[in-house]
Design a protein around this ligand. Structure first.
Ligand SMILES: Nc1ncnc2c1ncn2[C@@H]1O[C@H](COP(=O)(O)OP(=O)(O)OP(=O)(O)O)[C@@H](O)[C@H]1O
Ligand SMILES: [Mg+2]
Length: 324
């Protein structure tokens, strides 16, 4: 069975647990295929935790959920040196970050010290403690959730650090039919008809092999240029449309271009293609850019949102023609 088909089976498994939210499931697979971290934002109770857990069991990855709270310390996440009373020496006890898939639940409830330790580990795929650096697992992937409703007692993530996330996904409520199906599945679950995965669908080795295939997707020069033009547009909006002068305080960095390239490579691979199209780029641009745009005071006064600005950029930057 080709790995692509195995990924389809994995998606079908996710769909047997999660109703709807298809974009979320596709993008979680993109994260898995690129090693890019994901920030999930949405009101409580939209199956964020369930989706990440199901993904982790589906690939037989070591998984740990870390509930972020105001009293969490960096050592609680990273690990710390503990005195061994027998030998009298210090031994490092690894923290929950040393797992293949880490769910950082409610990341904005932890103080900045913990957030920045986590984001550093995400960027460098290693943890430094007690003067020693330890590598995180090859497949290491962080899915962090953030709850937009709860403003009091939260610490918003600094914009510069948000850049470490490849994708920022915003979830919405299910429609009524989907909600009915959620109820039915919940009832089936309580009566023991639960279709939990008996066997994982993919091994971590296969995921890494798929990552290699994704890195070899064909990306034409014109697609590369399109990606760069879209990202660079965030730094010179006024040149594209004088009405947008000064709307953004800061645009996106080259990290955004790299993230977009990785995301579209994985997305096109999942569609069963071996090349990237402009439509792939347009589909993924909002999730790649959303968290990287810092809207200025005047931009906010003019009611610009990151998503509006991204749609405007898509309209203003010419789509390359005749690629493939
Ligand atoms: N789309 C869905 N498909 C299947 N079950 C769902 C869906 N949306 C919500 N649920 C159910 O709602 C409940 C809440 O899910 P879960 O705990 O994963 O939400 P959450 O988004 O992590 O919430 P919180 O932000 O409060 O942590 C679970 O029982 C879950 O099965
Ligand atoms: Mg949750």
């Amino acid at each position: 069975m080709s790995i692509q088909i195995e990924f389809k089976t994995l998606k079908a498994h996710l769909q047997s647990v999660i109703v709807g939210q298809e974009a979320l499931l596709d993008k979680m697979l993109i994260a898995l295929l690129t090693g890019g971290h994901v920030l999930l934002e949405g009101p409580p109770g939209l199956a964020k935790t369930t989706a990440v857990k199901t993904l982790a069991t589906g690939v037989h990855a070591s998984f740990q959920r870390i509930q972020f709270t105001p009293d969490l310390m960096p050592g609680d996440v990273m690990g710390s040196d503990v005195l061994d009373v027998n030998s009298g020496s210090l031994t490092f006890v690894k923290g929950p970050i040393f797992n293949e898939i880490v769910l950082a639940d409610e990341i904005n409830r932890a103080p900045p010290k913990v957030q920045s330790a986590l984001l550093e580990a995400m960027a460098e795929k290693q943890v430094t403690a007690g003067g020693q650096t330890r590598a995180l697992p090859e497949m290491f992937l962080v899915m962090a959730t953030q709850n937009p409703l709860e403003q009091s007692g939260t610490y918003p993530l600094p914009e510069a650090q948000l850049d470490r996330f490849m994708l920022h996904l915003v979830l919405d409520y299910p429609d009524e039919n989907e909600e009915l199906e959620i109820l039915r599945r919940d009832r089936a679950h309580h009566f023991g008809e639960n279709k939990e995965a008996a066997n994982p669908f993919l091994s971590p080795e296969k995921v890494l092999h798929a990552r290699h295939q994704v890195s070899e997707q064909y990306v034409s020069d014109s697609i590369e240029q399109y990606i760069v033009k879209l990202i660079a547009a965030t730094r010179k909006l006024g040149e594209l449309d004088s009405a947008m002068e000064g709307v953004l305080e800061v645009g996106a960095s080259p990290r955004a271009s790299i993230a977009l390239l990785h995301a579209v490579s994985a997305y096109s691979w999942l569609q069963g293609r071996d090349f990237v199209t402009p439509d792939d780029v347009i589909t993924l641009l909002p999730d790649v850019l959303r968290h990287r745009l810092i809207i200025s005071f005047s931009g906010r006064a003019q009611k610009w949102s990151a998503d509006n600005i991204i749609q405007k950029i898509i309209q203003l930057v010419p789509v390359p023609v005749g690629i493939e």
